[in-house]
Design a protein around this ligand. Structure first.
Ligand code: NAD
Length: 418
């Protein structure tokens, strides 16, 4: 039966076949190097003791220390964590940053814990896993259900154990304790940089191009904000409350203010209001940012998508079958592990700052992030066009997969693992 993990492994298999890599490499790269499962006892504020289960999956370290977020989610399974850690190995490799891949998590609904209990759980997670974490070993960050505040508690707990300030062990911390202000918008900014590059290659430029954003959360808001600053016209935005469509262009800053104060994009005062949150996928736009959640563009609705470029801000918003349909219509799909890498690239920059006890200012950091994202896109674009012309691949995702696996393969070979 197909699952998130089996889909990810299938991708690795396809990438190995396309790249012509040997079976031993597939064996190494399709399985985690180490999985740690821990029990975390927490004395809750109501006096009861609750034992949580926590994971850290260290998938691959050929290119550098393990790197990946910590997810707090009630339905998290170990298999999901393995799948997410595998994706991190690919994402970090494609991004050209010196990291392997990892992911951690706790099976918990963080919304059901009060602040005190959440802090106790974060500290407990670090206590249980401190021996396998470290600035040159494994560097976690936030993911779904975890925040920069939680990274601050984890950093503090880890520092107590090692008897010194150890900021480089966790990234996306609050700016006051060795974080960087760019992290707040890094993913959406990265999506905008990639959208601009893709528009230059496939649409002759970004200026005046119409953009639609599904999902007006952290990724979608900043994607919309920066792409409009770069000269595009955002014509639609959506969240679970519905879609706002205005062919004349949406005032993104006003929309952000409305969304962040009232919780709903449909309270935006202008434009047409459509109750369907998916309507943003179908409006007349040149570029579409599916920036909400997974599995939004499927075989059922792919025929209604009008955009010429899809930049996947969310993880897994397009199903593989729908992607093939889009490709048949010459729509370019920029895959998630290229498009939304801005967050982890920013984490890398924060880590570099922390290791040196050096602080770059916001503009300098943003410029570095932009340069890395642009280079990543251009490298992938070049590979895609090269492989596409020989008929070897149809999608940019497959070209990105080959490129990511190539770097891991070369690192393993030169280290003597293969
Ligand atoms: P978020 O919770 O801040 O925002 C998600 C938004 O999507 C919310 O506004 C929600 O109302 C909306 N939404 C949910 N279902 C929808 C639907 N069916 N139609 C329209 N809107 C819908 O989350 P986020 O951090 O922006 O993450 C969004 C996606 O980006 C996720 O797939 C996440 O894994 C991915 N991502 C985020 C980051 C990051 O740094 N935030 C990094 C990499 C990948």
């Amino acid at each position: 039966m197909s699952s998130f993990l089996s889909d990810v492994i299938k991708n690795i298999r396809r990438g190995c076949e396309l790249g012509g890599f040997p079976e031993e490499f597939y064996e190494l790269v399709s399985k985690p190097e180490r999985i740690v499962i821990v029990k975390i006892p927490v004395k809750l504020s109501d006096g009861k003791l609750k034992v949580f289960e926590g994971y850290r999956v260290q998938h691959n370290s050929a290119l550098g220390p393990y790197k990946g977020g910590i997810r707090f989610h009630p339905e998290l399974s170990l298999d999901d964590d393995i799948a997410l850690a595998t994706i991190m190995t690919l994402k970090n490799s494609l991004a050209g940053i010196p990291y392997g891949g990892a992911k951690g998590g706790v099976k918990v609904n963080p919304k059901e814990l009060n602040v005190k209990d959440l802090e106790a759980l974060c500290r407990g997670y670090v206590r249980a896993l401190k021996d396998v974490l470290g600035e040159y070993l494994d560097i976690p960050a936030p993911d779904v259900g975890t925040t920069s505040q939680m990274m601050a508690w984890m950093f503090d707990e880890y520092s107590k154990f090692v008897g010194r300030n150890a900021p480089a062990v966790f990234t996306a911390k609050p700016p006051i304790i060795h974080g960087n202000p760019v992290r707040e918008y890094a993913t959406g900014f990265g999506c905008a940089v990639i959208s601009k590059e893709a528009a230059e290659k496939y649409l002759g430029g970004l200026e005046g191009r119409r953009v639609s954003i599904q999902g007006f959360g952290n990724t979608g808001q900043w994607h919309a904000y920066f792409i409009s600053k770069m000269g595009a016209k955002v014509v639609a935005i959506s969240d679970t409350s519905g879609t706002v469509y205005d062919p004349e262009g949406i005032d993104v800053e006003l929309a952000m203010k409305v969304k962040n104060t009232t919780g709903k994009v449909i309270n935006y005062p202008r434009g047409e209001k459509i109750s369907d949150p998916q309507a943003a996928l179908y409006v007349d736009a040149d570029i579409l940012g599916p920036d909400a959640i997974e599995r939004q563009i499927t075989l059922e609705n792919v025929g209604k998508v009008k955009a010429k470029i899809v930049v996947e801000g969310a993880n897994g918003p397009t199903t593989p079958e729908a992607e093939l349909k889009l490709t048949e219509r010459n729509v370019i799909v920029v895959p998630d592990f290229l498009a939304n890498a801005g967050g982890v690239v920013m984490s890398y920059l924060e880590w570099v700052e922390n290791l040196q006890w050096y602080i770059w200012d916001e503009e300098e950091t943003k410029k570095k992030l932009e340069d890395i994202m642009r280079k990543n896109f251009l490298r992938t674009y070049k590979k895609f066009e090269e492989l596409r012309s020989t008929g070897k691949v149809k999608t940019m995702r497959d070209a990105a997969l080959v490129l990511a696996l190539e770097r891991i393969y070369e690192a393993m070979k030169v280290r003597g693992w293969l």
